[in-house]
Each structure stands twice: as C-alpha cells, then as structure tokens.
Design a protein around this ligand. Structure first.
Ligand code: TXA
Ligand code: MG
Length: 351
C-alpha cells in the first residue's frame, strides 16, 4: 500500500479554507467514510484514526499497529452531541470537567450506549473513552467529517508514541492509507484518562492534566493511578510501552558531579547513551552519547514534548544501553515520570 500524505498546518485551518485545503479535507472525509485508516495530528501525540462505527476499519487499526485486540481505543469528537449519541449517561460532574478541560488533553471513560460504536472499538467493553482534542487540524477534520474517530497513538504497538509525522511514517509507512502531516505535537505525552464509570473517579493513565487540577475543579477526591492495581482499569497500561529497543535505566535523584554512570562489562563507553537536561551534559563522560531532553531540570513541559523523540533517536542509534534522567516527583512531573518508568520497565538506579 502506498501511504498518502496530506500536509495541513494549523495556519491552513485557522484562516478561511483555501480550495486546496478543502480538496484535502474532502479526500480525508471520503477515505474515512470508505473505512480507511489515516494518521492525524493532535496536541498530545499523532493518532491513527478510523470511523469508530465501522468494525472493518477498526480491524485495520489493530492490524497496522500490531495492537492486542483487548486494548480499547479512544473515540475523538468535536461536539457534545456526538458524545451523547454513543454514551448512556454523563454526570454533571463530568460535564463540569469537560467544560473546563475540553477541547484538550483529557479522555473520559463513560458508560457506552448500545449499538452506535463498533464493539471492537471498545474491545467489547461496556464503557468508552472519549476525547475532544484541541489541535486545530484535528478539530477541523472531526468537524468536517462529522464522524466519531477512534484513534490510538499512531505508532507500532510497544514503541514510543509519535509526536512528529516523521515518527508515524517511520513506523507505519505502507501499512496505513494516509497521514496528515502537521506541526510537532505541542504536549508530547498522551492524554490523561479519567475513569468516570464509578465513584470516586479514578485516573487510569496520568497525563498533562494532573490529578490536582481535576480535584481543584471538582472539590472532591480523585483516585490516583496505581500500576500495582490488580486489575488494570485501562487495559493498555498492562503492556510494556514507549520503549526503545535497548535496556534503559532511570537515574533517580538526577545526575550531578558526583554521579558515576556505570559502564557494564563488555560494553564500550561510546555505546552508552544518556538522555538528560542540557545542564547535565557537563557531568557526562565525553565518550558517551548524550541526547538533550530540555534546557534544565525544571523544564518539565519541554521534557514531555521531547521525550518520545529522544527515545526514538536512541532506538535508531548504535548505543547498547541507555540512562535517562529521573526528574523530581511532583504533580507537574507525574505523567512524564510515569512514561519514563514504563519505558525503562522500572529499572532504577540511584544517582
Ligand atoms: O492523547 C491520547 O490519548 C492519544 C491521542 C491520539 O488522542 N491517544 C492514545 O490512545 O494515547 P492509545 O490507544 O494509545 O491509549 C488509550 C488508552 C489505553 O491505555 C487504553 O487501554 C485506555 O486508554 N482505554 C481506552 N478505552 C478505555 C475504556 N473503555 N476503559 C478503560 N481504558 C480505556
Ligand atoms: Mg498508545
């Protein structure tokens, strides 16, 4: 299959649409209606989209990604009417959170209404995760097609999510119908997933919107995500994720002039990779391969935006082991550190 490429920038859709852009949107709409799968930009990561009502199209997503069939997809919408069309109940508290954070990087798990969304979209579950993205191009495509679009991250299963169209093409070229090329994803980590099917609400996957921000709006307790929970409420959280091919360890407590990164026997120093803030470069042996994640130890947002690109860069390099900087744990680094721990398989060393 020759993967088609459309370039649409935020600028293209923020201004009155040109004929050229309308032509692209028409092609994309038609392809979704015909059951094709297309990668689209969002503010968190690029998603691999398909008509959420079309079981054949959804099968193509699982196949292209090599995704286990028991891992449900997030359905993307542009309006509340769409959400109401396929969920059976939206509590006032959920509405309040939607009004505050949508469009944006949070998905709500809600009870599913029967018979609208294809059952394989939600992996045969009786709930559905819904998100209204804020990326102007994603919004325009959702509006223009007026189809609820199921979209997991547009990477091969197990690999870091794509924050740049280049990552999508690297993983899925020839496996998908098309890709909409746009800017790099601004946030760089997947959405917060909040399970609203039972009280108190529970974070199934931490993301850019923190538990504190949610609690501030609701004035109520929200349960934290725990990896050790017996039954993962988000099936996706039980799989190894976001990982480069090499073994990777997180250096807890950060890296400073006292840190000695160990070079295991049989590995040359120049085959050791280090991912850390730029300010840490001075402490790293010149022979090791350093990848800068952000300006300094406090540039969390920049680190989140660059994390997956850094993991992919290391994956493609000739390094044989990787050390990654462990940021201070706080509400702002919750999602960032969650992804770093997932990518390392929780191999921790103390800096
Ligand atoms: O930011 C994002 O959320 C991106 C963009 C494209 O929107 N999407 C994304 O999708 O990260 P995906 O499929 O890579 O991750 C979805 C997560 C998985 O952990 C999945 O198990 C969980 O959400 N999930 C989806 N529907 C669910 C449901 N009904 N119940 C529990 N967990 C659900
Ligand atoms: Mg994913």
């Amino acid at each position: 299959m020759n993967t088609k490429v459309w370039e649409i920038t935020s600028e293209d859709v923020n201004a009155p649409l040109t004929e050229e852009t309308i032509e692209k949107l028409d092609e994309i709409k038609l392809a979704f209606e015909y059951g094709e799968i297309i990668a689209i930009p969002t503010e968190t990561v690029y998603g691999l989209g398909a008509n959420a009502k079309d079981p054949e199209a959804i099968i193509k997503i699982f196949q292209a990604k090599n995704r286990p069939g028991d891992n449900p997809l997030i359905v993307h919408v542009h309006s509340y009417e769409q959400v109401e069309s396929f969920t059976s109940y939206i509590d006032d508290k959920v509405k309040k959170l939607m009004d505050t954070f949508w469009p944006g990087p949070i998905s709500f798990i809600l009870p599913l209404k029967d018979g609208v969304i294809a059952s394989n979209t939600v992996a045969e579950m009786d709930s559905v995760a819904v998100r209204m993205p804020s990326h102007p191009v994603a919004r325009k495509i959702l509006e223009y097609t007026n189809i609820p679009i199921a979209a997991p991250s547009a990477n091969l299963s197990g690999k870091p999510s794509p924050t740049d169209a280049e990552h999508v093409i690297h993983d899925l070229n020839g496996r998908i119908f098309g890709v909409v090329v746009s800017e790099k994803s601004e946030i760089g980590l997947e959405s917060t997933v909040l399970d609203c099917t039972q009280f108190p609400y529970k974070v199934a996957r931490p993301g850019h919107i923190s538990i504190e921000e949610l609690q501030d709006v609701l004035k109520e307790e929200i349960l934290e995500h725990k990896d050790t929970m017996e039954r993962p409420i988000s099936p996706g959280m039980k799989y190894k994720h976001y990982a480069p091919r090499q073994p990777m360890s997180v250096v807890e407590g950060g890296i400073n002039s006292n840190t000695r990164l160990c070079v295991p026997e049989g590995i040359k120093k120049n085959k050791v990779g280090v991912i850390a803030p730029e300010t840490v470069r001075q402490y790293i042996d010149k022979d090791m391969q350093f990848t800068s994640l952000c300006r300094d130890e406090g540039s969390y947002r920049e680190a989140a935006k660059n994390l997956y690109a850094a993991l992919r860069h290391m994956d493609a390099s000739d390094v044989e082991i990787i050390y990654i900087y462990g940021f201070k744990q706080n509400s702002e680094t919750e999602a960032l550190m969650n992804r770093i721990y997932k990518a390392t398989g929780s191999t921790i060393i103390k800096g």
